[in-house]
Design a protein around this ligand. Structure first.
Ligand code: NAD
Length: 459
């Protein structure tokens, strides 16, 4: 992957900042045209993106079209349709005596912003925030991931052909280039990635008091109430966990199930797996591969150190292949419970009761998602009241991602700030409060001016 010369980076930021001040990115019709151009960029280059993502991640073509390109095209078009509503000033309700001041909230672009994206859904996670930046009227730099170099290089090649370079640029590179970007002042930084690097991003942003969106990950648990249909839960979990080879921020990380039901659950998982992957996952064209040898090493190391028992899969091969693997009797301090797995391993942690499952979740950092399979309305209430997570999803996996009206984001260790359509637009905008005080109200102001007097005090 070519990289952007580090010495060019300050000038890129300065150019965009000067253009922001000139109002290049402000006109509404211009913003809409840029959003349409983004959709066009994907529509006209679908096969090139499919090829890039196949090279980066072995991503199945269908998933590239549906999950990555489809999402962006749809959300760019919805943003075009909704923009007039999003930008409308809001006249606030005020007491009668303040009404003549016309108190109003204006949505205004934050300025020149930086978007740092990861490799696992490299297209959608680069462009979804970018849609919000365009809609809000910001100038923006995208720094896609060096771990998915083909997608990043393609974005850098296509951006100048479709998007206005006076307002939008791609910077290619890894740590040195990102470090340079982070030395500069931005008006918002939108980072998606792991929580360790998030600490570096936060520290850099703090130097300039730059507002941040942090879209992070973590261990999203699945709690299974054994009175739920176990076969259905197993089917949905196998589907969810095999998506992108487990390299998904909302992947089910581990399963908590009352001990006596572990065997039945494993049998159901095996049935679901046999149905979906009759020839296994190692050579399936429906499954992505591990992104890099480094991640392969990280994951195989977890497997070597686990005290859990492999009950399905367990094979690793070369530097990018790992079989979908289920482990039973995994304890809370196992290798698989150290951090986010981000790979095709499903550890099952048996517990004595649902009560213990809730406590297990409460005692760990807040996850991006908490999944629960249950028909019990009371348990759903308890989950909502007694635990914390970015999202609480009942009886399925990942479908929260396709509800355009729901904000997506984490809490605590899984991040802060939210995205998707209007929510991303809001992240890149600020509320500018305004009043416009008529001269005619001056008689009412007499009391506020010095010299103060006893009469004024009584008034
Ligand atoms: P990554 O390695 O691509 O890193 C993300 C970005 O950070 C890249 O652009 C990279 O260049 C930059 N970066 C890396 N090291 C840096 C450093 N030292 N200084 C400055 N910048 C640096 O991706 P990743 O972090 O492996 O991504 C996977 C993680 O992201 C997982 O934890 C996953 O859960 C999370 N994630 C979250 C979401 C979400 O929306 N919440 C979505 C996808 C992934």
């Amino acid at each position: 992957m070519p990289t952007t010369p580090i010495s060019d980076i300050p000038a890129i930021r300065d150019t965009l900042r000067a253009n922001f001040r000139k109002g290049v990115a402000r006109p509404l019709e211009w913003r809409k045209r840029q959003l349409l151009q983004m959709a066009r960029m994907l529509q006209e280059n679908g096969e090139a993106f499919a090829e890039a993502l196949a090279k980066d991640l072995g991503k199945p073509r269908l998933e590239v079209y549906v999950h990555e390109m489809g999402t962006i095209i749809e959300r760019a078009l919805v943003s075009v349709q909704e923009l007039d509503n999003w930008v409308k000033p809001v006249a606030v309700e005020a007491p009668d005596w303040q009404k003549p001041w016309k108190p109003t909230i204006y949505k205004r672009a934050k300025g020149t912003v930086l978007i740092i994206a990861p490799w696992n859904y490299p297209l959608v996670l680069s462009l979804q925030p970018f849609i919000g930046a365009i809609a809000a009227g910001c100038c923006a730099v995208l720094k896609p991931s060096e771990v998915s170099p083909h997608n990043s290089a393609l974005l850098a090649e296509l951006f100048p052909k479709y998007m206005d370079p006076d307002a939008y640029r791609v910077v290619l590179g890894a740590v040195p280039e990102t470090t340079k970007l982070l030395e500069l002042q931005w008006d918002h930084i939108f980072y998606t990635g792991n929580s360790q690097i998030a600490r570096i991003i936060s520290a850099a942003a703090a130097k300039h008091l730059t507002p941040l969106t942090l879209e992070l990950g973590g261990k999203s648990p699945v709690i299974i109430d054994p009175t739920f249909d176990i076969a259905l839960a197993a089917k949905r979990i196998v589907w969810g966990k095999t998506q992108n080879c487990g390299q998904l921020c909302v992947s089910p990380d581990y399963v908590l199930i009352p001990r006596g039901h572990q065997d039945a659950f494993i049998a159901a998982l095996k049935d679901a797996y046999a149905e979906m992957f009759p020839e296994g996952t190692m050579n399936s064209s429906s499954v992505s591969r591990i992104v890099s040898p480094q991640h392969h090493t990280r994951l195989t190391d977890l497997l070597k150190r686990t005290k859990g028992q492999v009950v399905l899969g367990g094979k690793t091969e070369g530097t990018t292949k790992i079989e979908f693997t289920i482990l039973r009797d995994v304890s809370g301090n196992d290798s698989f419970m150290e951090g986010e797995i981000f790979g095709p391993f499903l550890p099952i942690v048996p517990v004595d009761s649902i009560e213990e499952a809730i406590e297990f979740v409460q005692n760990r950092p807040h996850p991006l998602v908490l999944y629960t399979f249950t028909d019990n309305a009371e348990l759903k209430e308890r989950i909502l009241d007694e635990t914390m997570s970015g999202a609480a999803v009942f009886n399925d996996l990942m479908q929260q991602l396709i509800v355009n009206e729901l904000p997506f984001g984490g809490v605590g260790e899984s991040g802060h700030g939210v995205q998707v359509l209007k929510y991303t637009y809001d992240a890149f905008s600020y509320d500018r409060s305004s009043i416009d005080v008529p001269k005619e109200v001056e008689p009412f102001n007499a009391v506020r001016y010095p010299p103060y007097s006893e009469e004024k005090f009584k008034a």
